[in-house]
Design a protein around this ligand. Structure first.
Ligand SMILES: NC(=O)C1=CN([C@@H]2O[C@H](COP(=O)(O)OP(=O)(O)OC[C@H]3O[C@@H](n4cnc5c(N)ncnc54)[C@H](OP(=O)(O)O)[C@@H]3O)[C@@H](O)[C@H]2O)C=CC1
Ligand SMILES: O=C1O[C@H](COP(=O)(O)O)[C@@H](O)[C@H](O)[C@H]1O
Length: 509
């Protein structure tokens, strides 16, 4: 639910509904979606009368489906496993067996949904969650339409959540958008980006627009540059290599999650907090990105790399090209660093740097805002100054929080300066952990609030930017080279050079 003033946001209360999950025997449903619904139930936030209908092709009874979900919920739920809450939820879980392209399966789904509503007093609201591999997205949407399940009936609503990846380039994203919008109205379409559901990502707008002290400084006059880092200490575990080979770091993380974070940190204040009010401003940021539209510009502003064998968390790990389901000649990047410029009045001349990599020393995602140095006229003369004295760090995960680095006098009789840190940790300030991103996002979709979901134009603008880079890498005559870094290190030397060219360094995490 939108945390802001109720009278300023257009959304309704979460209502009873049937949530149909396509791909319900899969990993996402078991590890994320059902545990998220369970946690909402534990916190008393799930409206009574929410039903979950799993749709997949293998044979399973309702009971078998429930017990498989329960087994995993016990392992992964952030609030443990309460038998009473679970059994109440489980009474409302059903399984529907069908192939994604079988028209009869959707006809019988429609009948089953009506029957569940009739027996259990449901209203007929429907939330369709497409949690399948992307090659099935079209089929599922078209079959929903053919079965009339896309239409809101008798004062009820029908909405669709579409999982990532939302296309693999601009053309495929546009095609998918055509299919989605010919099936569901844009206002009933929820393109999920789980980074937008993370607590600190949501807090970005609050930090910027509910505190009078930051916004006056939030521009090229006071900010030297910003960095967005997403470090992961995993490689291609669990057979992910096959998927990753077709994706790579740029498409897997930058096109969606990291450009979404960039748009939140760089957008103008929205005129209101409605879904479109916020998304209108976010899309302007992505639309204003200077395009790296030649191989030369890509070589100058983007670094791609693969890891070689090394050690992460004290364990020996393989190089990217030796990973399961990865080609020994792979030209897929497991690391990317991009220098971005946003051609707006506010950000003229301020570089933004995004880096993302697998098999780095630790898992950490953060945004750092580096302020310009104070004039060097007073303390500089005595001490040499403290360059990079003011940095605001927004920790997205783990240890969610915000810190501000400032320069202080070291106690003593002489004038010596050193940076110190003011630190806010969610866990200690609020005394409780944050909900999982999927909890918040599922509840928002049930409540009809699309603020934290990507709109069609945002997705397409992001692909427009990414496509030029992918084109230079894979389709040009002089592709920029692939760099290397040792697994467990902080990335390739070329990425350090990229930021050093502007006189900056990556923040040490
Ligand atoms: N797993 C994760 O953590 C994340 C996943 N995602 C995205 O979510 C989506 C699903 O991922 P994930 O759960 O990992 O995938 P899985 O491969 O684990 O699950 C695929 C599901 O699709 C069903 N399925 C496949 N083919 C058919 C068919 N022809 N007809 C009916 N059902 C079929 C399978 O059913 P059956 O078992 O009956 O074959 C299974 O339920 C992907 O788009 C992925 O990118 C996004 C973020 C995180
Ligand atoms: O979407 C994806 O996200 C995960 C990282 O998510 P996080 O919430 O753990 O930060 C990433 O590992 C994966 O490759 C990507 O597909």
């Amino acid at each position: 639910m939108n945390p802001f003033r109720e009278d300023l946001v257009s959304r309704s209360r979460p209502e009873p509904c049937s949530i149909v999950i396509f791909g319900a025997t899969g990993d996402l449903t078991h590890r994320k979606l059902v545990p998220a619904l369970y946690n909402l139930a534990v916190d008393g936030e799930l409206p009574t009368g929410v039903r979950i209908i799993g749709f997949a092709r293998r044979d399973k009874s309702d009971e078998e489906f429930r017990s498989g979900l329960e087994e995993l919920n016990k392992k992964v739920s952030r609030s443990g496993h309460d038998d009473e809450v679970w059994s109440h939820l489980a009474e409302n879980i059903f399984y529907h067996k069908s192939e994604f392209n079988d028209a009869d399966g959707y006809k019988s789904l429609a009948e089953r949904l009506d029957q569940i509503d009739e027996e259990r007093g449901g209203k007929g609201n429907r939330l369709f969650y497409i949690a399948s591999a992307p090659e099935f997205f079209d089929d599922i949407l078209i079959q929903l339409k053919n079965a009339g399940l896309n239409e809101a009936k008798d004062g009820c609503w029908a909405r669709v959540i579409v999982e990532k990846p939302f296309g693999t380039d601009l053309a495929t994203a546009k095609h998918l958008n055509e299919v989605v919008n010919s099936t569901f109205h844009e206002s009933a379409t929820y393109r999920i980006d789980h980074y937008l559901g993370k607590e600190t990502a949501q807090n970005l707008m609050v930090l910027r627009f509910a505190n009078a002290i930051f916004e006056p400084l939030w521009n090229s006059r006071y900010i030297s540059h910003m960095q967005i880092t997403c470090a992961e200490n995993l490689g291609m575990e669990g057979g992910r290599g096959g998927y990753y080979e077709k994706s790579g770091a740029l498409r897997d993380m930058v096109q969606n999650h990291l450009l979404q974070l960039l748009s939140l940190v760089a957008m103008e204040p929205p005129t209101d907090l409605s879904a479109d009010g916020v998304r209108d401003e976010k899309v302007k940021v992505i639309r204003s990105l200077r395009q790296w539209d030649t191989p030369e510009k890509v070589a100058e502003n983007v670094v791609r790399a693969q890891y070689t064998a090394g050690h992460v968390d004290g364990k020996e790990v393989l190089g990217y090209r030796q990973e399961d389901r990865v080609s020994p000649e792979s030209d897929t990047e497991a690391y990317v660093a991009v220098r971005l410029l946003i051609d707006t009045w506010r950000w003229s001349g301020v570089p933004f740097y995004i880096r993302m990599g697998k098999q780095l020393p630790k898992k950490s995602t953060e945004i750092s805002v580096h302020f310009k140095d104070a004039p060097n006229v007073l303390f500089g003369a005595l001490t040499g100054g403290v360059p990079g004295g003011n940095v605001l760090v927004i920790r997205i995960q783990p240890d969610e929080g915000i810190s501000l680095r400032m320069v202080s006098k070291i106690p003593g009789t002489s004038l010596r300066l050193e940076p110190v840190k003011m630190d806010f940790h969610y866990s200690t300030s609020f005394g409780k952990g944050s909900p999982e991103a999927y909890e918040r996002l599922l509840l928002d979709a049930i409540a009809g609030d699309a603020t934290l979901f990507a709109r069609r134009d945002e997705v397409e603008e992001a692909w427009r930017f990414i496509d030029h880079i992918e084109h230079a890498w894979h389709q040009s005559d002089n592709p920029p080279p692939m760099a290397e870094y040792v697994a467990g290190s902080w990335g390739p030397k070329e990425a350090d050079d990229l930021i050093k060219k502007d006189g900056h360094d990556w923040r040490r995490l």
